[in-house]
Structures are given as structure tokens and as C-alpha cells.
Design a binder for this molecule. Structure first.
Ligand code: ARG
Length: 723
């Protein structure tokens, strides 16, 4: 395993570029020395070589929460991230009587800090190693489909097993450029994470879903965790004897924040982008998948709301679920709108025909890659054959009882195998996590809501084309044609009789053999048993397709990369939840003809949006008074004559970057990235410098609220503040 001695396709991306890079690109740490000139020209004052070293500042202050990014902000394990990233933990500690979502939470001392939601983790990336040869080398050229998929999977599992020397580490193998290269990632994993501070939602989620993905914006989207370890300094399970983690590096907070035009960068873990997809995939997603998924998400939310009162324990249990459903419903809606207004499909088609023509000019290239696009598209179309059903079942599968039962039965099946042969997710290394997820069910499940959701989607299921219906499913629920009367009665019975709502039952089932599970009289376990063979067959079918794609996509990517290089275009890998850097400037934009969006919003602008007792636009009295009296102290910005609340930048970010610290040219903390503007969302597929703007919450606003409104002086004292 050599560090960055790289496969052919990956070689193309580490080559330096002569062109100006603009702001596009989510760069891997090892690429930074290659784009050194651009970074310095953009204004970076740190040494780009140092920045590619994970053991050095600032990289060693950047952490992942799994799905969100965060950073160390003091030398005592204090972690800053977005309010919406800590939302599940705030919810977990909330009830109708003690609603931290509504009221906020400040631990005045470390003793008052609250355990985060079960399963919460702080991950610190310790090493990244190119393992392309280990993953793809040595696989017989004859293997295809499911066999190829399994061969890759086995190589990945072996690398992970070797890397995870003990419980303190979590390793994974990530694929870059759809399998053109693979990287082994080693993460130090802290498992005692506590909530230290969260503003009330009227600040942390100000503007709610109305303002989400929008500018102008005034949201205080931040919260603090603290990482704890055992007395020996090593990761440990939650224990009151644990001590704050003493991290090697942390970010200093710049109290003045940023000015228009300033250099800024975001270091974080962007989740996924689709910038190299084919036109066929683009068309399918934008004309079918996104509109459908938006609709299903909105319906899902409606069903939850119809079955729970605002502010009730029931509604609180679904707060996180609703927020994430709403977040992506709006995201998809924006993308569809942009797609319909724009010409992305035509440009993709043009790019592909240019690519094919370019390949044709070189006999060798053409022999190798000439037919790749056609092969790829055939595979994609194949996976579309049952798309209506697959999407619908996936939304039904989000409900709790069905998924818990199916998971537990599968666990019993996998546990009979030697560990190395088990399906990922069910290996020894996964069991603690599994137990935590099964434990946390109680804080996010209400039987009546779960039931209503299943009935809702079942009513859609019966309208699927007959050839997409699942025979075992129809049989289990007694569905004939479109008649659901028996099915609905059966579902009522199932919820009345299941014991899976009890934690003890679920925990006991984690230890059962497959035979015992199959003999269980629990109606949801019986449901899982009835679907087991179908699920396994479907999984095999999908793995077989994945295996074929894993062979073709890297080929296609190699052709695309060579082509882009020939046109001197920037090539970086699509986001894949691994550590990346994006850099650019603080800058406004024009959302549409005749409008200019300024790069800053102010506390006065926040107050102007205030609507008393509103779900989304209420504001705490203390904050309103402080704004009215302009009690800004040292946090005021002279040019704005106010405290800057949020700002815009040209950074290339996506979901997963949430909670990422924003650093200035010297590597000081100047805020958190938490969103993108409405017009930028399609950028996940189609980068456009005109519209790509990230939204950040400013460091002066964070400090001001903590100081003047929320009384979190203890945390201000703990941080190192550059004034
Ligand atoms: N749009 C933000 C993101 O995905 C999440 C904001 C969460 N807030 C909400 N109102 N749902 O990065």
C-alpha cells in the first residue's frame, strides 16, 4: 500500500493544471500541492503543502460527525457544528415539558453537558492511502456481475479488517471516480459525545423551511458538542468518569469575521455530487426520480403532521425526520425548476457527442473506449425497469416496524456466517452501532404515525403496473387487485400485536438465531420472513448490476478525464463523503435578471422578518431587544453598522459540508457553512459559477448571540478569540 502511487485514471487528476481554476472543485488533500499557485493567487497565507498533511494544522482540527462536518474549537474537545447537524441530539434530549429544540440549551459547566443521541460519533481522519491495486488488482478478468461485485467487496472488507486494529479505529474504503481509484480511510472514532450548547430553534432554525435554501437569510445555524474519552485518553463508551478529549489542534476564532472579496475556504466532508453522469441519467433523474421523490417526501410529512399535534411528544419524536424530509423535498424541487429553465440536458448531450468524436480521432482510444458510453447507458436503462416500485418500497421502508423487523431477521441470518463473510452492516464491527440504532428507535417512533405511513404508501402501491407488484407482498397482506380492505385490517392487527416497539424485545432479538426468528409469532417478524427470499433475490440482482457498473464506469471516467484534460478543464472527483477542500471568495450574485444579492445580511434584517409566535419566524425577546438597542459591543461591523448574520461565498459545497468551518487566509475560524442558495442546488450535477453560492453563519454573530443573548460566556472564555 503506497501512499499516492497511483493508478492510471487517478494520475490524470493529480496532474497540475495550467488553467485558472475559478472556484469550482472539491479537492482531495493530496491534490493541494498541485494547485498551490492557484491557492496562493487566491489569497491563501498558509502553506498549501502543510495543508495536505492530515497530522498538521488546520487539517487535524477538522472532524466528521458522519453525514455532517465539524471542527475542534478549543483545546478541550469542544466541537462546533451546525444546529441542524446536532438537531437529532437536541431532539433526543427534548420532551413536551423540557423542549430544548424550542428553548435552546447552555451547559454552564462541563457537568451539565448532555449525552448526544445514541450512536453519535466524532471521527478524525488519520490517514488516506491509495489502495486501488489492492482492491481491483488480482481479480480474474473473467469475473462479471455479482461475482465481480463480491470480489471487490471481499478485497475492501479485508483491507478494513487489517486497518481496524482495535475499537478506537473505524476504517473504510472509498471509491473515487466511480471506481477508477480506491482509498483506504482510517478514522479515530470518539464515542462519548455530549451536547454543550444549542441556541433556541428560533435562532438556530430561524426562517425554517420557508427560508431554507434561500437568500437573503438570517439563520444562527450552529451548536456545540464536546468529545470525551477515557482517563487514558483513548476513546471510550459514555461514562461520567470520562474526560474531555485533548485534541492536538483547534481553530482560533476571528471575532471580526470577513469582508466582501475576502479569501475563504471550507474544509469538510461533502456527501455526493453527480457531475460526471451521462445524459440518460440526467434525464431520468430530473424528469422522473426527483419530481416523484419530492412528492413522496411531502406526503410523508403531511401524514406525520396529520397524526401529531405541534409541540406534542409525538411531534417532537418526528422533528428530525420532518426536517430532513423537508430539506430534500425543497432541494429536489429547486433542481427540477432549474433543469426546466436551463439547458443542462442539451449541454450534457453535446459533451457526450464531443467526447465520442474526440475518441474517434485516436484509433487506440477509440478501440478502448469507443463503445463504453453505449454499454453504460444500457446498464442504466436496465436498472430503471422497476424504478416505480423500487422508489415506492424505499419510502415504505423508511417506516420503523418494517425496517426494524427486516434488519433483525437479516442480522440473525448473517450472524450464522463467519465474520468476514457477513454482509457489511452486520459484521462484529457493526454490532455496537446496530444496538445503538435499535435503542434510539424509542425516541423517534410513534406506532400510530408508523401505521398511517404504511397505509398511505400501500394505497399507492396498488396502482403500480401489475408486472412490478411483488407477489409475496400481495400475498402477505391479502391484497387482491386494488382492494386494500383486508390489508388495512391486517396492518391494524399487526400494530396491535407487535412487541417490536419494546426495547427489550428488540435487544433480545439481536441475539436470536435465524431459526428462532423464523419461529417468532411477532407479526412484523413474520412479515420480514415472508419477504426474505424476495429481498435476497433483489439484493443479488442489484449487486449484479452494480458489479457490471463497477467495471464500466471507471472506463467511462478514464475517457472523460482524458477528454477534459485535452480541453484543459479541471478534473476532481465527485464528492464521496471524504475530506475535501474548496476555496473562493466572499461574494454576492445575481439570482435573476434585475436583481443583485448582497453578500451580507444583518441583525436588523433578522428583526425585520420577525413574526410573533410564528413557527418559523419567531425570535427570542432578549435578541430583539439587543438588536433594537444596537447593543453590539465589539461585534459590530462598521461598514454594515450592524452585526453580519449570514454571508455568501463562491465555495463549491454540497450536503455533508454542513457544519464545516469556514477559514480565512490565515486559517482562522470565520463561521460555519450551512446551506446553499436556491439557484445553486442543481450545481450538484452542473456547476455554474454564476449561481454557485454557499451560505455561512458569521463568527461575530455566533459570538454576539452567545455573549449578549444566550449567556454562554463560559464557552467564549474557553475559545481562543482573535480580536
Ligand atoms: N439546507 C440545509 C442543508 O442541507 C439544511 C437546513 C436544515 N433546515 C431546515 N429548515 N430543514 O445543508
Amino acid at each position: 500500500m503506497k501512499k499516492w502511487i497511483i493508478s492510471a485514471a487517478a494520475l490524470a487528476l493529480s496532474a497540475p493544471f495550467s488553467l485558472a481554476l475559478a472556484d469550482e472543485g472539491m479537492w482531495q488533500p493530496h491534490q493541494l500541492p498541485d494547485i498551490k499557485e492557484q491557492l496562493v493567487a487566491a489569497g491563501l497565507k498558509l502553506n498549501p503543502d502543510d495543508m495536505s498533511d492530515l497530522s498538521k494544522f488546520p487539517m487535524n482540527a477538522i472532524i466528521s460527525l458522519g453525514g455532517c462536518t465539524a471542527s475542534f474549537i478549543s483545546d478541550q474537545g469542544l466541537v462546533v457544528t451546525n444546529h441542524h447537524c446536532a438537531y437529532g441530539s437536541i431532539q433526543h434530549n427534548s420532551s413536551e415539558k423540557n423542549n430544548l429544540l424550542a428553548n435552546g440549551f447552555v451547559a454552564k459547566t462541563k457537568q451539565e453537558e448532555l449525552a448526544a443521541a445514541p450512536g453519535s460519533r466524532v471521527y478524525i481522519t488519520e490517514s488516506l492511502t491509495d489502495v486501488t491495486a489492492e482492491v481491483t488488482g488480482g481479480i480474474s478478468a473473467k469475473l462479471t456481475g455479482n461475482d465481480y461485485y463480491q470480489a471487490i467487496e471481499n478485497n475492501r472488507k479485508a483491507l478494513v479488517a487489517d486497518c481496524e486494529i482495535d475499537d478506537d479505529y473505524r476504517c473504510s474504503v472509498s471509491s473515487f471516480h466511480s471506481g477508477a481509484s480506491y482509498v483506504l480511510i482510517k478514522l479515530l472514532t470518539i464515542r462519548d459525545v455530549r451536547l454543550a450548547y444549542a441556541p433556541p430553534s428560533s435562532i438556530g432554525k430561524f426562517g425554517g423551511d420557508t427560508d431554507n435554501w434561500q437568500w437573503p437569510r438570517q439563520t444562527g445555524d450552529w451548536a456545540f458538542y464536546r468529545a470525551y474519552v477515557g482517563k487514558d485518553g483513548k476513546p471510550a463508551d459514555y461514562n461520567t468518569d470520562n474526560v474531555p478529549y485533548s485534541n492536538k489542534a483547534f481553530l482560533k476564532v476571528n471575532a471580526a469575521g470577513v469582508d466582501e472579496g475576502d479569501y475563504v475556504m471550507v474544509l469538510g466532508y461533502p456527501g455526493s455530487t453527480n457531475r460526471y453522469r451521462t445524459a440518460v441519467e440526467v434525464e431520468n433523474n430530473f424528469t422522473w426520480a426527483y419530481p416523484k421523490a419530492k412528492l413522496y417526501r411531502e406526503e410523508y410529512i403531511d401524514v406525520i403532521k396529520q397524526n401529531s399535534e405541534p409541540g406534542s411528544d409525538q411531534r417532537i419524536k418526528y422533528a428530525s425526520n420532518i426536517a430532513s424530509l423537508a430539506n430534500y423535498a425543497k432541494n429536489y424541487g429547486s433542481m427540477v425548476e432549474s433543469y426546466n429553465k436551463g439547458d443542462m440536458l442539451v449541454r450534457k448531450q453535446q459533451l457526450e457527442s464531443d467526447l465520442v468524436n474526440w475518441l474517434a480521432t485516436d484509433a487506440d482510444m477509440n478501440a478502448q473506449y469507443g463503445g463504453t458510453l453505449v454499454t453504460l447507458n444500457k446498464l442504466i436503462e436496465q436498472s430503471d425497469e422497476t424504478k416505480e416500485r423500487d422508489l415506492l418500497l424505499s419510502y415504505m421502508g423508511r417506516t420503523t416496524m418494517m425496517s426494524v423487523a427486516e434488519g433483525l431477521l437479516r442480522l440473525s441470518h448473517e450472524q450464522a456466517k463467519p465474520d468476514a463473510q457477513r454482509e457489511p452492516g452486520y459484521q462484529e464491527r457493526d454490532l455496537k452501532r446496530y444496538e445503538q440504532s435499535i435503542t434510539s428507535v424509542n425516541s423517534r417512533y410513534v406506532a400510530d404515525i408508523d401505521k398511517a405511513l404504511i397505509k398511505h404508501f400501500l394505497a399507492k402501491y396498488v396502482y403500480l403496473p401489475m408486472e412490478q407488484r411483488v407477489a409475496t407482498f400481495d400475498k402477505f397482506f391479502n391484497i387482491t387487485g386494488k382492494d386494500l380492505s383486508k390489508a388495512n385490517a391486517k396492518i391494524d392487527q399487526m400494530y396491535a400485536n407487535t412487541e417490536l416497539g419494546e426495547l427489550d424485545t428488540r435487544l433480545a432479538m439481536m441475539k436470536m438465531s435465524e431459526k428462532e426468528m423464523r419461529a417468532s409469532s411477532d407479526p412484523f417478524v413474520q412479515y420480514a420472513v415472508s419477504q426474505f427470499d424476495y429481498n435476497m433475490a433483489e439484493e443479488k440482482r442489484s449487486k449484479s448490476l452494480s458489479g457490471q457498473l463497477q467495471q464500466v464506469r471507471p472506463e467511462y471516467m478514464s475517457a472523460v478525464i482524458a477528454f477534459k484534460k485535452s480541453r484543459e478543464e479541471a478534473v476532481y472527483a465527485d464528492a464521496n463523503s471524504t475530506l475535501r477542500i474548496t476555496f473562493g471568495n466572499v461574494k454576492g450574485y445575481s439570482p435573476r435578471d434585475g436583481l443583485i444579492a448582497k453578500p451580507f445580511t444583518t441583525t436588523e434584517g433578522m428583526l425585520a422578518k420577525y413574526i410573533p409566535d410564528d413557527d418559523e419566524f419567531d425570535l427570542p425577546l432578549k435578541l430583539r431587544e439587543a438588536i433594537k438597542e444596537k447593543r453590539y459591543g465589539s461585534y459590530a461591523n462598521a461598514k454594515l453598522n450592524s452585526v453580519p448574520v449570514n454571508y455568501l461565498s463562491t465555495l463549491d459545497i454540497t450536503g455533508g459540508n454542513s457544519g464545516s468551518p469556514t477559514l480565512n487566509a490565515k486559517g482562522e475560524f470565520v463561521g460555519l457553512v450551512f446551506d446553499g442558495v436556491y439557484e445553486s442546488i442543481i450545481g450538484d450535477w452542473d456547476y455554474d459559477p454564476k449561481y454557485k453560492r454557499a451560505i455561512h453563519v458569521s463568527s461575530p454573530f455566533m459570538l454576539w448571540v452567545m455573549d449578549e443573548v444566550d449567556g454562554a460566556e463560559n464557552l467564549i472564555k474557553e475559545m481562543e478569540i482573535v480580536r
